[in-house]
Design a protein around this ligand. Structure first.
Ligand code: AHR
Length: 488
């Protein structure tokens, strides 16, 4: 039994709903087949976007969607993706499987998808192989309301009014697939490119500098020192896995060690996040620049027999439980972390939805994101508790992770139990009373269970017994599960 004391008066910052953001890249079957099947497809669609996937994703209240990459962004030339579809040039997707990209999903289709999902667009521009002019023209094409050749070209292509573009990234992983640059060189390029990202709309465009990989705090520090004064946010990418980069483990066929080693890597991620925040605090003590974890998630070996460049993997309770621990980590770091985008939304890495032809399956990670909705823009409040820890891969992995937030007088408390075999009974003491309580749980019979196309409801949320007595809550959170309690 563990005791948790929740003090709603001890507030710890706002959980920006954008940390529940998503990422969709021209990679494998994320865009094509996953989100976009084209207007002529037999799969029911609206302007080419498949209705079943969009309907499922709408349930998540996605706040923001990042596109077109990833590595693809620094190889993408936006002009190839506008105008008549049958005249759009083909290109080779050199980053992801060498497949031919027909550019049928471009700027207009992306904004249409965002409108269908009701989310903000976050576009990443091409620094690695693009030009300053190409980027400045794209911004004018998308956001200028007046009479200009580019705005008129947009109108000719079917969009009268400019789109509202809130977030724009200046390159992606420019230390790697985005150009192999040093931070000093990238900083100068950032300063040059961002100068020509003009504000044509009412609101200034929020500009994101390319940030570091995993533990490279030097990149964060140098880029902020040289260009932080003209940046709204800097990104950071961190993937978690079971083994090492060359042997990341199977997504659906793992043993107990495989389960716990992912949680050990989550603890390493926590240390790295704190290191990047410390580097930011050193260079930017007033906290003017936000941290955007615009790629994160579990990355495993691809499914056997699939194109290694398509990054297709299964999704189990291990992903839902570790995903909750990571989202709680972002809650705690809300002072700096203002956005996060899980990689990726459909059919790639730690996806929400998997598709095969006309069939779809919603993953345990999808259900995690649905269960966390009460936290969007909530105020994090203090939870005091002690957790048992497991020693794994040289890390101390807490058995439970608890995160409460309050919004509109509703207290949402989410709890992850990382143990494979021990339930956890919690006695939660609150500093105020509520009159109504309910709880949900997501768990599975076996740690490797997943939702297949034949058995799409194997791992789905269910009601969980919970009692409220005055200001005391009692609940038992099963082994390898996540739970969400709602108090009104
Ligand atoms: O999400 C897959 C890839 O991971 C992205 O394209 C790249 O930015 C990162 O290395």
């Amino acid at each position: 039994m563990s005791k948790v004391i929740i003090n709603t008066k001890n507030t710890k910052g706002i959980i920006n709903k954008n940390i529940y953001g998503q990422f969709a890249e021209h990679l494998g079957r994320c865009i094509y087949e996953g989100l976009y099947v084209g207007e002529d497809s037999e799969i029911p669609n609206t302007n080419g976007m498949r209705n079943d996937v969009v309907e499922a994703l709408k349930e998540l209240d996605i706040p923001v969607l990042r596109w077109p990459g990833g590595c693809f962004a620094d190889d993408y030339h936006w002009r190839d993706g506008i105008g008549d579809k049958d005249k759009r040039p083909y290109m080779v997707n050199t980053n992801w499987g060498g497949v031919v990209e027909n550019n049928h999903f471009g700027t207009h289709e992306f904004f249409d998808l965002c409108e269908q999902l009701g989310c903000e667009p976050y576009i990443t521009g091409n620094v690695g192989s693009g030009t300053v002019k190409e980027m400045r023209d794209w911004i004018e094409y998308m956001t200028f309301d007046g009479d200009s050749p580019l705005a008129n070209e947009r109108r000719k292509n079917g969009r009268e009014k400019p789109w509202k573009l809130k977030y724009f990234g200046v390159g992606n992983e420019n230390w790697g697939c985005g150009g192999g640059m040093r931070p000093e060189y990238y900083s100068d390029l950032y300063r040059q490119f961002r100068t020509f990202i003009r504000d044509y709309g009412d609101e200034p465009i929020y500009k994101v500098g390319c940030g570091a990989n995993a533990n490279d705090t030097n990149w964060t520090k140098v880029v902020l020192e040289n260009a932080g004064h003209c940046m709204d946010g800097i990104s950071w990418h961190n993937y978690t896995y079971e083994g090492d980069w060359n042997n990341k483990g199977s997504s659906y066929d793992f043993d107990e060690n495989g389960w716990y080693s992912v949680f050990a890597d989550v603890e390493r991620m926590r240390k790295r996040l704190n290191d990047h925040i410390a580097a930011m605090d050193y260079v930017d003590p007033d906290g003017k620049v936000d941290l955007l974890v615009d790629e994160w998630g579990n990355w495993y070996d691809v499914m056997p027999g699939t194109n290694p460049g398509f990054l297709l993997q299964q999704n189990t309770m291990r992903d839902a439980v570790s995903g909750m621990v990571i989202l709680h980590m972002f809650h705690e770091a809300n002072r700096r972390v203002k956005m996060a985008n899980i990689a990726q939304m459909v059919n790639v890495l730690q996806a929400m939805v998997l598709t095969e032809g006309e069939r779809i399956a919603l993953t345990p990670t999808y259900h995690l994101f649905k269960m966390m909705k009460g936290h969007h823009d909530g105020t994090l409040v203090d939870a005091f508790y002690d957790s048992k820890c497991y020693d794994t891969d040289g890390e101390s992995v807490p058995k439970i992770s608890v995160s409460p937030s309050i919004k509109d007088d509703i207290l949402t408390t989410t709890i992850a139990n990382t143990s494979l075999d021990e339930d956890e009974t919690l006695e939660i003491e609150l500093d105020r009373s509520f009159t109504d309580i309910s709880a949900q749980v997501l768990t599975a019979d076996n740690m490797c269970d997943f939702n297949s196309f034949d058995e799409p409801d194997k791992v789905v949320p269910k009601p969980l017994a919970v009692t409220l007595d005055g200001n005391k809550v009692s609940i038992t959170v099963p082994a390898m599960s996540i739970a969400a309690i709602t108090l009104k």
